[in-house]
Design a protein around this ligand. Structure first.
Ligand code: SAM
Length: 246
Protein backbone atom coordinates (compact mmCIF):
# COMPACT_ATOMS: atom_id res chain seq x y z
CA UNK A 1 0.00 0.00 0.00
CA UNK A 2 1.27 3.45 -0.84
CA UNK A 3 1.56 5.74 2.12
CA UNK A 4 0.99 9.44 1.76
CA UNK A 5 4.04 11.63 2.29
CA UNK A 6 4.03 13.61 5.52
CA UNK A 7 3.02 17.25 5.18
CA UNK A 8 5.98 19.41 4.25
CA UNK A 9 8.05 16.38 3.28
CA UNK A 10 8.61 17.42 -0.34
CA UNK A 11 12.21 18.11 0.57
CA UNK A 12 12.55 14.48 1.59
CA UNK A 13 10.86 13.23 -1.57
CA UNK A 14 13.12 15.13 -3.88
CA UNK A 15 16.18 14.64 -1.72
CA UNK A 16 16.54 18.42 -1.68
CA UNK A 17 18.10 19.81 1.41
CA UNK A 18 16.21 22.51 3.24
CA UNK A 19 18.84 24.84 1.80
CA UNK A 20 17.55 24.02 -1.69
CA UNK A 21 20.77 22.47 -2.93
CA UNK A 22 18.85 20.85 -5.78
CA UNK A 23 20.07 17.29 -5.18
CA UNK A 24 17.69 14.62 -6.40
CA UNK A 25 19.22 11.72 -4.52
CA UNK A 26 20.35 12.20 -0.96
CA UNK A 27 23.88 13.61 -1.01
CA UNK A 28 25.31 11.03 1.41
CA UNK A 29 23.65 8.19 -0.47
CA UNK A 30 25.12 9.47 -3.73
CA UNK A 31 28.56 9.76 -2.16
CA UNK A 32 28.27 6.19 -0.84
CA UNK A 33 27.21 4.80 -4.23
CA UNK A 34 29.98 6.74 -5.97
CA UNK A 35 32.56 5.42 -3.48
CA UNK A 36 31.85 1.88 -4.71
CA UNK A 37 32.46 2.75 -8.35
CA UNK A 38 35.38 0.91 -9.90
CA UNK A 39 36.31 3.91 -12.05
CA UNK A 40 37.44 4.31 -15.63
CA UNK A 41 40.66 4.16 -17.60
CA UNK A 42 43.37 6.76 -16.82
CA UNK A 43 42.67 8.51 -20.15
CA UNK A 44 38.95 8.84 -19.38
CA UNK A 45 39.84 10.10 -15.91
CA UNK A 46 42.07 12.71 -17.52
CA UNK A 47 39.28 13.95 -19.83
CA UNK A 48 36.80 13.95 -16.96
CA UNK A 49 39.18 16.12 -14.90
CA UNK A 50 39.67 18.46 -17.86
CA UNK A 51 35.88 18.78 -18.27
CA UNK A 52 35.39 19.56 -14.58
CA UNK A 53 38.27 22.07 -14.60
CA UNK A 54 36.88 23.89 -17.65
CA UNK A 55 33.20 23.73 -16.57
CA UNK A 56 32.11 21.45 -19.39
CA UNK A 57 29.02 19.52 -18.25
CA UNK A 58 29.51 15.77 -18.57
CA UNK A 59 27.72 12.69 -17.27
CA UNK A 60 27.98 11.99 -13.56
CA UNK A 61 29.53 8.87 -12.05
CA UNK A 62 26.22 7.02 -11.57
CA UNK A 63 25.13 7.69 -15.16
CA UNK A 64 28.52 6.43 -16.33
CA UNK A 65 27.91 3.26 -14.39
CA UNK A 66 24.40 2.91 -15.84
CA UNK A 67 25.76 3.32 -19.38
CA UNK A 68 28.39 0.64 -18.77
CA UNK A 69 25.65 -1.71 -17.54
CA UNK A 70 23.29 -1.00 -20.45
CA UNK A 71 26.08 -1.48 -23.00
CA UNK A 72 27.07 -4.78 -21.40
CA UNK A 73 23.44 -5.93 -21.65
CA UNK A 74 22.60 -4.50 -25.07
CA UNK A 75 25.90 -5.05 -26.93
CA UNK A 76 24.96 -2.46 -29.57
CA UNK A 77 26.47 -2.48 -33.06
CA UNK A 78 25.68 1.21 -33.49
CA UNK A 79 25.30 4.14 -31.09
CA UNK A 80 23.97 7.63 -31.65
CA UNK A 81 24.72 10.39 -29.16
CA UNK A 82 23.07 13.81 -29.18
CA UNK A 83 25.38 16.17 -27.27
CA UNK A 84 29.08 15.28 -27.51
CA UNK A 85 30.69 18.21 -25.63
CA UNK A 86 34.41 17.29 -25.49
CA UNK A 87 33.82 13.60 -26.14
CA UNK A 88 33.90 12.14 -22.64
CA UNK A 89 30.73 10.03 -22.86
CA UNK A 90 31.45 9.02 -26.48
CA UNK A 91 34.86 7.73 -25.40
CA UNK A 92 33.35 6.01 -22.38
CA UNK A 93 30.85 4.26 -24.65
CA UNK A 94 33.58 3.29 -27.12
CA UNK A 95 35.49 1.74 -24.20
CA UNK A 96 32.56 -0.40 -23.02
CA UNK A 97 30.66 -1.17 -26.26
CA UNK A 98 31.67 -4.15 -28.43
CA UNK A 99 34.81 -3.48 -30.50
CA UNK A 100 32.93 -3.41 -33.81
CA UNK A 101 30.39 -0.86 -32.54
CA UNK A 102 30.37 2.48 -34.33
CA UNK A 103 29.45 5.67 -32.50
CA UNK A 104 27.97 8.74 -34.17
CA UNK A 105 27.90 11.83 -31.99
CA UNK A 106 26.54 15.34 -32.61
CA UNK A 107 27.81 18.67 -31.29
CA UNK A 108 27.03 22.24 -32.30
CA UNK A 109 29.27 24.30 -29.98
CA UNK A 110 32.27 25.17 -32.17
CA UNK A 111 34.65 25.65 -29.23
CA UNK A 112 34.08 22.07 -28.03
CA UNK A 113 34.30 20.34 -31.43
CA UNK A 114 38.11 20.57 -31.92
CA UNK A 115 38.70 19.45 -28.33
CA UNK A 116 36.45 16.43 -28.88
CA UNK A 117 38.25 15.59 -32.14
CA UNK A 118 41.64 15.85 -30.44
CA UNK A 119 40.45 13.61 -27.60
CA UNK A 120 39.24 11.00 -30.12
CA UNK A 121 42.60 11.20 -31.93
CA UNK A 122 44.60 10.85 -28.71
CA UNK A 123 42.48 7.84 -27.72
CA UNK A 124 43.04 6.25 -31.16
CA UNK A 125 39.27 6.08 -31.64
CA UNK A 126 38.82 8.28 -34.75
CA UNK A 127 37.79 5.29 -36.86
CA UNK A 128 35.15 4.20 -34.34
CA UNK A 129 33.62 7.61 -33.56
CA UNK A 130 32.11 9.96 -36.14
CA UNK A 131 31.52 13.51 -34.96
CA UNK A 132 28.82 15.40 -36.85
CA UNK A 133 29.09 19.16 -36.45
CA UNK A 134 25.98 21.31 -36.24
CA UNK A 135 22.52 21.56 -34.74
CA UNK A 136 21.01 18.17 -33.98
CA UNK A 137 17.61 19.55 -35.00
CA UNK A 138 18.92 19.64 -38.59
CA UNK A 139 21.37 16.74 -38.52
CA UNK A 140 18.90 14.20 -37.12
CA UNK A 141 16.52 14.82 -40.02
CA UNK A 142 19.24 13.81 -42.50
CA UNK A 143 20.31 10.63 -40.73
CA UNK A 144 18.98 7.31 -41.87
CA UNK A 145 19.47 3.71 -40.87
CA UNK A 146 18.94 2.66 -37.28
CA UNK A 147 20.87 2.72 -34.02
CA UNK A 148 20.75 0.12 -31.26
CA UNK A 149 21.52 2.61 -28.51
CA UNK A 150 20.75 6.33 -28.50
CA UNK A 151 22.03 8.64 -25.80
CA UNK A 152 20.19 11.95 -25.53
CA UNK A 153 22.33 14.49 -23.66
CA UNK A 154 21.86 17.90 -25.29
CA UNK A 155 19.70 20.96 -24.54
CA UNK A 156 16.88 19.72 -22.30
CA UNK A 157 14.25 21.95 -23.90
CA UNK A 158 14.85 20.30 -27.27
CA UNK A 159 14.40 16.64 -26.37
CA UNK A 160 10.70 16.76 -27.23
CA UNK A 161 11.48 18.24 -30.66
CA UNK A 162 14.11 15.58 -31.36
CA UNK A 163 11.81 12.73 -30.37
CA UNK A 164 10.12 11.97 -33.73
CA UNK A 165 13.51 11.56 -35.44
CA UNK A 166 14.94 9.67 -32.49
CA UNK A 167 12.05 7.19 -32.66
CA UNK A 168 12.56 6.77 -36.40
CA UNK A 169 16.29 6.12 -35.85
CA UNK A 170 15.97 3.75 -32.88
CA UNK A 171 16.03 0.08 -33.87
CA UNK A 172 13.34 -2.25 -32.57
CA UNK A 173 14.64 -3.60 -29.28
CA UNK A 174 16.98 -0.59 -29.13
CA UNK A 175 17.55 1.52 -26.03
CA UNK A 176 17.05 5.26 -25.67
CA UNK A 177 18.77 6.75 -22.62
CA UNK A 178 17.98 10.40 -21.83
CA UNK A 179 19.94 12.36 -19.22
CA UNK A 180 19.01 15.34 -17.03
CA UNK A 181 15.28 14.77 -17.18
CA UNK A 182 14.36 15.72 -13.60
CA UNK A 183 15.94 19.17 -13.65
CA UNK A 184 17.51 19.07 -10.19
CA UNK A 185 14.07 18.18 -8.80
CA UNK A 186 12.30 21.16 -10.38
CA UNK A 187 10.23 18.85 -12.56
CA UNK A 188 7.80 18.09 -9.73
CA UNK A 189 7.20 21.76 -8.97
CA UNK A 190 4.32 23.78 -10.34
CA UNK A 191 5.40 25.83 -13.36
CA UNK A 192 4.85 28.95 -11.27
CA UNK A 193 7.36 27.75 -8.68
CA UNK A 194 10.19 27.47 -11.22
CA UNK A 195 11.99 30.57 -12.39
CA UNK A 196 10.49 32.24 -15.45
CA UNK A 197 13.72 31.46 -17.33
CA UNK A 198 13.22 27.71 -16.79
CA UNK A 199 9.46 27.52 -17.43
CA UNK A 200 9.67 26.59 -21.10
CA UNK A 201 12.19 23.84 -20.38
CA UNK A 202 10.03 22.69 -17.47
CA UNK A 203 6.88 22.29 -19.58
CA UNK A 204 8.76 20.74 -22.52
CA UNK A 205 10.47 18.22 -20.25
CA UNK A 206 7.14 17.26 -18.69
CA UNK A 207 5.77 16.77 -22.20
CA UNK A 208 8.82 14.67 -23.10
CA UNK A 209 8.39 12.44 -20.05
CA UNK A 210 4.68 12.07 -20.79
CA UNK A 211 5.40 11.01 -24.39
CA UNK A 212 8.06 8.52 -23.33
CA UNK A 213 5.68 6.93 -20.83
CA UNK A 214 2.61 6.91 -23.12
CA UNK A 215 4.07 6.28 -26.56
CA UNK A 216 2.72 2.95 -27.84
CA UNK A 217 6.11 1.92 -29.27
CA UNK A 218 8.06 2.52 -26.07
CA UNK A 219 8.46 1.00 -22.65
CA UNK A 220 10.07 3.59 -20.36
CA UNK A 221 11.36 3.81 -16.80
CA UNK A 222 12.12 7.17 -15.16
CA UNK A 223 14.90 6.89 -12.60
CA UNK A 224 16.26 9.43 -10.10
CA UNK A 225 19.87 8.68 -11.04
CA UNK A 226 22.18 11.70 -11.28
CA UNK A 227 19.97 14.56 -12.47
CA UNK A 228 17.33 12.03 -13.51
CA UNK A 229 17.40 9.65 -16.45
CA UNK A 230 14.91 7.76 -18.55
CA UNK A 231 15.58 4.37 -20.08
CA UNK A 232 13.27 3.45 -22.93
CA UNK A 233 13.18 0.49 -25.23
CA UNK A 234 11.43 0.37 -28.57
CA UNK A 235 9.07 -2.58 -28.62
CA UNK A 236 9.87 -5.39 -31.03
CA UNK A 237 6.37 -5.04 -32.54
CA UNK A 238 6.67 -1.24 -32.73
CA UNK A 239 5.94 -1.22 -36.47
CA UNK A 240 2.44 -2.62 -35.87
CA UNK A 241 1.48 0.01 -33.29
CA UNK A 242 0.04 3.34 -34.36
CA UNK A 243 1.43 6.65 -33.14
CA UNK A 244 1.22 10.36 -33.81
CA UNK A 245 4.97 10.72 -33.40
CA UNK A 246 6.38 8.15 -35.81
N1 SAM B 1 27.46 13.82 -23.44
C1 SAM B 1 28.55 14.68 -23.00
C2 SAM B 1 29.40 13.96 -21.98
O1 SAM B 1 28.82 13.47 -20.98
O2 SAM B 1 30.61 13.88 -22.15
C3 SAM B 1 28.04 15.96 -22.39
C4 SAM B 1 27.09 16.72 -23.25
S1 SAM B 1 26.67 18.30 -22.60
C5 SAM B 1 25.66 17.91 -21.25
C6 SAM B 1 25.51 18.83 -23.78
C7 SAM B 1 26.13 19.23 -25.10
O3 SAM B 1 25.09 19.28 -26.07
C8 SAM B 1 26.77 20.61 -25.07
O4 SAM B 1 28.12 20.54 -25.44
C9 SAM B 1 25.96 21.42 -26.08
O5 SAM B 1 26.74 22.33 -26.84
C10 SAM B 1 25.37 20.32 -26.96
N2 SAM B 1 24.11 20.70 -27.61
C11 SAM B 1 23.03 21.30 -27.03
N3 SAM B 1 22.05 21.43 -27.91
C12 SAM B 1 22.50 20.92 -29.08
C13 SAM B 1 21.94 20.81 -30.39
N4 SAM B 1 20.71 21.24 -30.66
N5 SAM B 1 22.69 20.23 -31.36
C14 SAM B 1 23.93 19.77 -31.09
N6 SAM B 1 24.52 19.87 -29.88
C15 SAM B 1 23.81 20.44 -28.89
Amino acid sequence: MRSEPAAGAVGDLTGRGKDGTGMIADERMSAFIDSLDTGNTPFLNEIESEAIRTNVPIIRTQVQSLIRLLLAMQKPASILEVGCAIGFSALLMSEYAPENCHITTIEKYEKRIPIARENFRRAGREDRITLLEGDAAEILKDLDGTYDFIFMDAAKGQYIHFLPDILRLLSEGGILLSDNVLQDGDIIESRFAVTRRNRTIHSRMREYLYELKHHPSLETAILPVGDGVTISTKRQDAGKRGSDLT
